[in-house]
Design a protein around this ligand. Structure first.
Ligand SMILES: [Zn+2]
Length: 277
């Protein structure tokens, strides 16, 4: 039996998170890359039952989907058992080392998720161009909610004129799907990103789904507040997925609809990442 916490976390013997460094397991990017993926990998390699943290009501659904479809023996880490060892997992949300383990873990999890049920049947089928929108903020992540780090989805940021862009793309006959990753199962997100050639959206946790994309595909991330962040660009570089950045000045950036139309209709851009220090 291994009780698993991410590197940089201090956890009580009852499984309560006391201190974290960087992102939390209740947010999708850090959850998927910094906890679920290395946890699955350790469970497979060790062959032991694993005990996992409660990752909040939203991420727990994805956690259970992944662990159940992986065939692992697992339980939630609730209540200390004196014989349980604790194990600190690598933070693949921050640095994908060793890279071969990271790649093998992605491969294993993607095969396991093939057997997971669809979330909403045919309504989830998507085209090669994805226009991402973010989810509303559940009360769990709100100012009075119990989340370790506050804020989620639209509550953090969104493209201010997304409806205008969607209407424009429709009017010019662009081939694309509007996709809200937070509304879908992990398997569905894997399928949508795995079959995508180009994905456009604002900075956010949903870019963890870059791990399902093929090489020679492209992502276009809109950053806010006049600056970029390294998480998605560094992941794209490691995966050899071209990443284009648009840097908006405000917290809710405005994007010219023609920019998105051209991004979807033009040839794939040259690989580049623009990773800030
Ligand atoms: Zn779905």
């Amino acid at each position: 039996m291994h009780s698993l916490h991410p590197d940089g976390y201090r956890v009580s013997r009852g499984g309560k998170v006391l201190h974290i460094e960087k992102g939390s397991t209740e947010h999708f990017f850090h959850f998927l890359l910094g906890y679920l993926l290395p946890a699955v990998w350790l469970g497979i390699k060790s062959g032991s039952k694993i005990r996992v943290l409660d990752c909040g009501p939203l991420m727990n659904g994805r956690l259970e989907e992944a662990l159940n479809s992986s065939g692992l023996k697992w339980e939630y880490w609730r209540g200390w058992k004196p014989w349980a060892k604790t194990v600190s997992l690598p933070r693949w949300d921050l640095s994908r080392e060793p890279f071969e383990d990271f790649q093998n873990a992605v491969l294993f999890l993607s095969r396991a998720l093939e057997g997971a049920p669809n979330c909403v049947e045919s309504a989830c089928e998507t085209k090669e161009n994805l226009f991402l929108i973010r989810s509303p903020e559940p009360s769990f992540y709100g100012p009075a909610g119990p989340a370790i780090l506050k804020g989620y989805g639209i509550g953090r940021r969104e493209i201010s004129n997304r409806e205008e862009i969607i209407n424009h793309l429709g009017a010019v006959g662009s081939s694309f799907s509007v996709y809200q990753p937070g509304a879908h199962s992990l398997r569905c997100q894997m399928k949508a990103f795995g079959s995508a050639k180009k994905v456009f959206g604002v900075r956010g946790a949903e870019w963890a789904n870059l791990i399902w994309m093929n090489q020679e595909t492209s992502a276009c991330v809109v950053f806010e507040g006049g600056t970029t962040t390294p998480f998605a660009p560094a992941l794209a570089r490691d995966l050899r997925i071209s990443l284009h950045s648009i840097v908006g000045e405000s917290a809710a950036p405005h994007v010219d609809p023609v920019t998105v139309e051209k991004y979807f209709s033009d040839a794939l851009p040259e690989p580049r990442w623009n990773i800030p220090n």
